[in-house]
Design a binder for this molecule. Structure first.
Ligand SMILES: Cc1ncc(COP(=O)(O)O)c(C=O)c1O
Length: 367
């Protein structure tokens, strides 16, 4: 990402606007929308809050899927803004059932929206977004709001074709950048709802952003995260050079390899609907997962994530999005095997790597 290290460009210049405009057009292709994909100077949670405040009024009701840390966040944000919440509680590691969403919509016909994660990173689980969209599509006043922070640029999720009303992402996941840039796109239905929404908003007033970011204006309401946008320009070119279909296929293959690897080591997957962005597996009984992840990172030099809340100390999460490729998975498997050995767990060295390799062979042509 050396492009971000170039001397800083002033953000109110035709030079920056040209980069902004090109970046936005490419971003819209990744969102697969003809609407504006807006860039906000914030982490992903800022765009989550923007979705709530721009679609809702205090006293409105929303339905949200709480199947993990990030699902839970929808409820917290909405409650802070005086929006009533209907929670669909989902056991961690499970995808929400489409019937549960249908029932909630029937019980709350005036709900302003269904808020859900495409990929619930805390439990490494994917929710059935396309099927949920089939329910919300015909409801003129109910938006489907999708946190796609670890899904956009990982799985094929065509916003317009599926009828998604709000899609959110962030720079630090599939877009391979430092944190600090959020992206959000709204459907025509969602834009119409913003006109009625009365939650107070200033920094994250999306209508103001749209006015500034629209084609021809090519600027932002407030000072943009300019270096991240310049970096995003480069990253998007890399993504298109690979090809979006190839990129989705690579992510799917890495996910399959990671799942095969941990299963071969006798580790159980956390998720019944495993994500394409990351794989979570329970560490064997008797091993402190927190100490395990710390050992992997600080002693072996390979970074994994642990668990949160009641999964704290129980699981290890292996990322496989963005820059990740075949040999990142074999390294991850090898490190897990060796660390298991160091923690005194009987392990058939090489079993996880071999199982992953069997899958990863598909990535390479015949010699
Ligand atoms: C699915 C999901 N939603 C929301 C967030 C929060 O985003 P941020 O930390 O960028 O505010 C994350 C971060 O990991 C995430 O994975």
């Amino acid at each position: 990402m050396l492009r971000m290290a170039h001397p800083m460009m002033h953000h109110r210049t035709p030079q920056f606007s040209a980069i902004f405009s090109e970046t936005k057009a490419m971003l819209e292709k990744v969102f697969q929308t003809r609407n504006d994909a807006l860039m906000l100077a914030s982490s992903g949670s800022g765009a989550m809050e923007a979705a709530v405040t721009n679609l809702c009024s205090p006293g409105d009701t929303i339905i949200y899927v709480n199947g993990g840390k990030f699902g839970e966040r929808w409820g917290k944000i909405a409650a802070k803004h005086g929006v009533n919440v209907v929670e669909i509680k989902v056991e961690w590691g499970h995808a929400v059932s489409v019937d549960a969403v249908r029932e909630a919509l029937e019980a709350h016909p005036h709900a302003r929206g269904v808020f859900v994660q495409a990929s619930e990173t805390s439990t490494t689980t994917e929710h059935p977004i396309r099927e949920i969209a089939a329910l919300t599509r015909s409801l003129p006043k109910c938006a489907l709001v999708v946190d796609a922070i670890t899904a956009l640029g990982v799985i094929d999720m065509p916003m317009d074709a599926w009828g998604l009303d709000v899609v959110i992402s962030g720079s630090q996941k599939a877009f391979m950048l430092p944190p600090g840039l959020a992206m959000i796109a709204l459907s025509e239905k969602a834009w119409a709802l913003t006109e009625e929404a009365k939650c107070p908003r200033f920094y994250f007033d999306l209508a103001v952003e749209r006015k500034n970011q629209q084609r021809g204006k090519d600027t932002t309401a407030w000072t943009p995260a300019a270096s991240l946008i310049i970096g995003l320009n480069e990253v998007l070119k890399m993504m298109f050079e690979e090809g979006l279909d190839e990129l989705y296929a690579r992510h799917a293959l890495l996910a399959r390899a990671a799942r095969a690897g941990v299963k071969a080591l006798g580790m159980e997957l956390v998720s019944k609907a495993p994500a394409t962005s990351a794989t979570g597996a329970y560490v064997p009984e008797g091993i402190d997962g927190g100490a395990f992840v710390k050992y992997l990172r600080d002693v072996m030099g390979v970074t994994f994530a642990g668990g949160q809340d009641h999964l704290k100390g129980k699981i290890v999460r292996i990322a496989h999005l963005g820059y990740y490729d075949a040999f990142d998975i074999t390294t991850a498997m090898s490190a897990i095997e060796m660390a298991l050995g160091k923690f005194g767990h009987p392990v058939n060295m090489g079993a996880g790597v071999a199982a992953a390799q069997d899958v990863l062979l598909e990535r390479f042509p015949k010699a």
